[in-house]
Design a protein around this ligand. Structure first.
Ligand code: KIV
Ligand code: ZN
Length: 551
């Protein structure tokens, strides 16, 4: 890299807009959405989608609620042409969905584009030409007037052919490509020249799409450009101002959101930001950002995992694990303190519901987009007792008492650290079973009966001590007191029961109950035991044996 980058690069000049209004606005409603997955996204794939993949993705987009879908560049390839024809001839597009087709301002291409649209119910014809200084100079070698003439000529060619699409509701769209790198005055001039040909009205608007073809500045500059156009272009009320951002500086989402504040009505983008170079705007993120502010995005991502699956299969792209909302790990906490906060937040939410979602670390309720709570908290060596307890509870209904969580957490952590990887809920349960429930040395349970008379409970227990049969009998004011007394008659050092919890186990364990018992020995040391049995009294006897075995 250069020591002095200013010798080679320069900042993009700001737009003169001292009384800009967008910073004081907030978003209150969803924009019109247009998916360009099948065109811009497809153009960016190493192996473009075939017709059946495009059909599958098209149907997935319709299912999400997209009403405007750019289906391709029909004049550019047979696949795109055939795909568009199949959508129309096989009546695959619902009547309220606009099929958008892209075309350059060239007669042969416009001709073929019209052929591809015959019979469509609703169509958006999207014409573009490049307008930035670099494109004018390097690619076209043309003056501003000559570039404007390309746009005007293309607009006329389209207008002349409109009668061929009788029966089709047509909307026209113009994009001064590389808008964000173009002087705003020239972008206005060329757009107005196209408007002069197409003659939009407030009743029959045209779409003016203002692409951030390559991000050249910070998103506030794009917002200024959009506000400048909205305030200076003629017949604003006859236009649908549309945003089309890319992500070269990783601010496509920010540029779109600020562009909406600046007055735009419509947003083009792709699922998960697929597209040329660093990609197009990620529509899912913008829609869910609105959703997390309580605004209905008018797109349905309630089964995001299935959408990801279709997207990955059709495009052969992957959704990164940390991708906002969609990534495998974005609702997952491994760290102990995060897990603890999430666990408490979720418990509060499911207890006495608050009016509004406010769970630490979770921007939205994962369940709203079809994600499982079980994936929220995952356990590795960074995790703490909270995560361990959450998995045992959410996956197996094993609700460890707080103090037992504190005892078992570090025990599990040592084992997870040794394994050096993430562990599943089932593995944690197995660790808990090994450490507590299956402890049967030196004491092993064989049988236990009680009888009660005049408030006194007598017990008889059959046990194995280091493998040898032992009979135990004792009495007290309850079965556990009788058991403790019975142990004292066998010469076991005195201990007392200091904590007791029990609950039924989920159906997976049959009709069993689990009992957690904490004992305190004469040495003052406390330890927990746990026992499982179909009989709750026997579960607690087993829990006492477990605690003694852990001495
Ligand atoms: O990024 C871009 O400028 C485009 C245009 C064709 C709209 O994709
Ligand atoms: Zn683009």
């Amino acid at each position: 890299m250069l020591k002095d980058p200013s010798k080679k690069y320069r900042a993009f000049p700001p737009v003169e807009l001292p009384d800009r209004r967008w910073p004081n606005r907030t978003l209150t409603h969803a924009p019109l959405w247009c998916s360009v997955d099948l065109r811009d996204g497809n153009q960016a794939l190493a192996v473009p989608m075939n017709v059946s993949q495009k059909l599958e993705l098209f149907h997935a987009l319709v299912k999400c609620g997209f009403k405007e879908i750019e289906v391709g560049f029909p004049s550019a390839s047979n696949t795109e042409f055939t795909f568009n024809r199949r959508l129309i001839e096989e009546r695959r597009a619902p009547d309220d969905v606009w099929l958008q087709v892209l075309v350059q301002a060239r007669e042969d291409l416009i001709e073929r584009t019209f052929e591809s649209l015959v019979g469509a119910k609703r169509a958006i014809i999207h014409m573009y030409n490049s307008t930035s200084p670099a494109q004018r100079r390097v690619v076209f070698g043309k003056s501003k007037d000559e570039i404007k003439a390309i746009a005007v000529n293309g607009a006329k060619l389209i207008k002349d052919r409109l009668p061929r699409l009788a029966g089709t509701e047509v909307m026209l769209q113009y994009s001064p490509e590389s808008f964000s790198a173009t002087e705003v005055e020239f972008a206005k001039e060329i757009s107005e020249a196209v408007m002069d040909v197409w003659q939009p009205t407030p009743q029959r608007k045209m779409i003016l799409n203002l692409p951030d073809t390559v991000e050249v500045a910070m998103p506030n500059v794009y917002a200024d450009q959009i506000e400048w156009i909205c305030r200076n272009i003629k017949q604003r009320d006859s236009l649908i101002i549309s945003l089309h951002t890319h992500n070269d500086r990783c601010t496509g989402v920010a540029a779109t959101e600020l562009g909406l504040l600046a007055g735009a009505d419509r947003v083009e983008g792709t699922l998960f930001g697929n597209g040329e170079r660093t990609g197009n705007l990620d529509l899912v993120t913008v829609a869910l950002n609105l959703y997390m502010h309580g605004i209905d995005p008018r797109l349905d991502f309630s089964d995001l995992s299935s959408l990801i699956e279709v997207y990955q299969r059709c495009t052969e792209m992957t959704v990164p694990q940390r991708h906002p909302y969609a990534g495998e790990l974005v609702f997952t906490a491994f760290s102990g303190s995060h897990q603890d906060a999430i666990k408490k937040g979720l418990a509060e939410w499911s207890g006495e519901p608050r009016t509004h979602w406010d769970v630490p670390y979770l921007t939205i309720d994962p369940a709203d987009i079809g994600r499982e709570y079980s994936e929220v908290i995952r356990v590795n060596s960074q995790s703490g007792k909270g995560g361990v307890a959450f998995l045992l509870d959410s996956e197996f209904g094993i609700v460890l008492p707080k103090d037992l969580q504190r005892e078992f957490g570090p025990i599990a952590n040592v084992e997870v650290d040794r394994l050096g990887r993430e562990v599943s809920g089932a593995e944690l349960k197995a660790m808990f079973w090994r450490e507590y429930v299956e402890r049967d040395f030196p004491w092993q349970f064989e049988g236990f009966e009680t009888e009660s008379r005049n408030g006194v409970v007598k017990c008889r227990g059959r046990l194995l001590r280091e493998g040898n049969p032992v009979e135990l009998s004792g009495e007290g004011n309850g079965p556990l007191a009788a058991l403790v007394h019975g142990f004292s008659t066998l010469g076991v050092p005195r201990f007392e029961i200091t904590n007791y919890f029990e609950h039924a186990l989920s159906s997976g364990e049959g009709a069993s109950a689990i009992s957690y018992i904490q004992i305190k020995g004469a040495d003052g040391k406390s330890r927990w035991g746990a026992g499982v049995d179909t009989n709750i009294e026997l579960a607690s006897v087993r829990a006492v044996l477990s605690a003694l075995n852990r001495s």
